[in-house]
Design a protein around this ligand. Structure first.
Ligand SMILES: Cc1ncc(C[n+]2csc(CCOP(=O)(O)OP(=O)(O)O)c2C)c(N)n1
Ligand SMILES: [Mg+2]
Length: 283
């Protein structure tokens, strides 16, 4: 996509919002080099008012991810209902929301269509959805897209709860956690999605938390690059939810750090093919 596509004709200019003008003048598209998390704050990766609760870990994970795309102008983000939807509809990117859980099927079809429609251009398809979307309702769609070896990157925004619908447990909630709608505590451990990714065909997988912002950016970027040619990829980002996990909004990074020190340790997996591809693209 060139900047020309989003630049309106002169007659239209007076009707544009300041955010849209800013996007054309200073957005992440077609820069000399792609933005990274170091560039956060120099452009709007989301427009309009902040749509999330104070201290939202998912919101931070999305901002870090959107700032790290190798080619934002040629990326389509696929989402599904959940808290992430509110930010992604306000993002300065191509975004489409699927029916709940269908994201990896829609992304598979879209990627295949883009390969046919643009054989000479790399078009990245990035799935960005909540833990309930990946590990519960979309689990079969997600795993099958991995078994089939689709060239898509999947990012789970893991806040360990159904945040958007008031606090039901998800498969990614930790065992014993009490939530608004799990008053006696969750009865089974977190689903091992990272391990499932490795055994189900992902050629790159990483587990990170928002307490390590650069790692979030780097792993999402690698996942998108590797998905272009080698196969499906997966990044699981822990962004704790103060509203439902009931800690003060100012403690989100602390909560993520606690996770990083215990059950949410940084992990990265890649096949030889993925490693070789990343080395090649670096060169
Ligand atoms: C088919 C279907 N079932 C249920 C819902 C209701 N629903 C919307 S979002 C959501 C939970 C989302 O949880 P998660 O994926 O963890 O995202 P979060 O809101 O925590 O970011 C549910 C159950 C729906 N929209 N569609
Ligand atoms: Mg969730």
């Amino acid at each position: 996509m060139s900047k020309k596509i989003i630049t309106p004709v002169k007659e239209f200019e007076e009707f544009l919002t300041p955010e849209y003008k800013e996007l054309i003048a200073n957005g992440p598209y077609n820069r000399d080099k792609p933005t990274t998390v170091d560039d956060l704050g120099t452009f709007y990766e989301m427009t309009g008012p902040h749509p999330h609760c104070a201290g939202c870990g998912v919101s931070l994970a999305i901002r870090l991810g959107l700032a790290s795309l190798p080619a934002p102008e040629d990326t389509i983000v696929i989402g599904t209902p959940g808290c992430s939807y509110f930010a992604l509809t306000q993002s300065t990117l191509n975004y489409s929301c699927t029916a709940f859980g269908n994201q990896n099927s829609v992304a598979s079809g879209l990627k295949r269509m883009l390969k046919v429609r643009h054989p000479d251009k790399q078009k990245d398809v990035l799935v960005m959805v909540g833990d309930g979307g990946v590990a519960d309702i979309g689990l079969d769609n997600t795993l099958h897209s991995w078994f089939r070896g689709e060239n898509i990157a999947t990012v789970m925004l893991d806040n360990e709860v159904y945040g958007n619908t008031g606090g039901q447990e998800s498969g990614m909630t930790t065992e014993g956690t009490v939530l608004n709608m799990a008053p006696t505590g969750k009865k089974f451990p977190k689903i091992p999605m990272f391990e499932l990714a490795k055994t189900s065909g992902c050629v790159y997988a990483a587990k990170v938390t928002v307490a390590s912002p650069k790692k979030v950016g780097e792993t999402i970027r690698k996942a998108i690059l590797v998905a272009r040619e080698i196969g499906p990829t997966y990044v699981q980002v822990y962004g704790p939810c103060p509203t439902n996990l009931k800690f003060p909004p100012s403690k989100t990074i602390e909560a993520a750090k606690d996770g990083e020190k215990s059950y949410y340790k940084y992990e990265e997996y890649m096949t030889d093919g993925a490693k070789e591809y990343l080395n090649r693209s670096k060169a």
